[in-house]
Design a binder for this molecule. Structure first.
Ligand SMILES: NC(=O)c1ccc[n+]([C@@H]2O[C@H](COP(=O)([O-])OP(=O)(O)OC[C@H]3O[C@@H](n4cnc5c(N)ncnc54)[C@H](OP(=O)(O)O)[C@@H]3O)[C@@H](O)[C@H]2O)c1
Length: 208
């Protein structure tokens, strides 16, 4: 079964964007040692319009063939010409308010993201990239198998967090860590705690 991976950039204090949604304050940290790592190991996470400029226009997908975005992640970039940001991937945007897609390559769905992901996981193919943002990641947290965190050496103080959801501690196991010259970390984690469904089943059987 294929995995759902939340691959995302964050501050030390766990913010993926400023309160106004901007994340350009991460750019100074995409340094000469960090950028090639991202382009080589995660080429499919580079937006299509930028791929030629960084020499990966024809790079095959390595880890993912599908990207999931919430409307809050996708829609603000449409007016700037990013209606088809990841043309090399199947793109699914979750929204209960958008009625038509700004680009035929992008699927808009009002379905519960958990149902969509559970169905996608049954299909063949590469992994599923959860691009963000916080609300979609919060909803999908029970189905996230892996986190790949680009942690930049910045404290933001406030902003959009990694997840917007209820308090429900969930354990992940650190599976990889690398430090880059400006202090960026590339961290990977695999989910270790059982899913809520599994927890419910275990609790019910212990009680019975
Ligand atoms: N640093 C990074 O790597 C990174 C990566 C991705 C995103 N971001 C940032 O994250 C911000 C967006 O995050 P966000 O949390 O505001 O928005 P979001 O999670 O991207 O989108 C939220 C929207 O998704 C739709 N949705 C559909 N079903 C949902 C469900 N069951 N639960 C929750 N949402 C559902 C809703 O759209 P409707 O209201 O239309 O129903 C909801 O308003 C942007 O500023 C973006 O720049 C940063």
């Amino acid at each position: 079964m294929r995995k759902l991976t939340y691959f995302v950039g964050t501050t030390i204090d766990g913010f993926i964007a400023a309160p106004n949604g901007a994340f350009d304050f991460f750019m100074p940290y995409v340094t000469e040692d960090f950028a090639p790592t991202l382009f080589t190991e995660y080429p499919e996470t580079v937006v299509t319009p930028a791929r030629a400029a960084v020499g990966i226009a024809e790079a095959p997908n390595k880890l993912f063939d599908t990207v999931l975005m919430g409307r809050g992640t996708y829609e603000p970039n449409v007016p700037a010409g990013f209606a088809n940001p990841y043309a090399h991937l199947r793109q699914i945007v979750f929204s209960r308010t958008l009625t038509t897609s700004p680009d035929p390559a992008v699927e808009i769905t009002a379905e519960d993201p958990l149902s969509t992901v559970r169905r996608l996981k049954q299909e063949d193919g590469l992994g599923i990239w959860l691009c963000g943002g916080a609300k979609l990641a919060g909803r999908l947290l029970p189905e996230i198998d892996e986190l790949i965190i680009k942690q930049y050496p910045v404290v933001a103080g406030s902003g959009i967090p990694l997840f917007t959801t209820e308090f429900a501690p969930r354990e992940f196991t650190l599976t990889g860590s690398r430090v880059f010259e400006r202090g960026n970390l590339l961290l990977s984690y695999a989910r270790t705690s059982p899913s809520p469904d599994a927890r419910d089943a275990r609790d019910a059987s212990a009680a019975g």
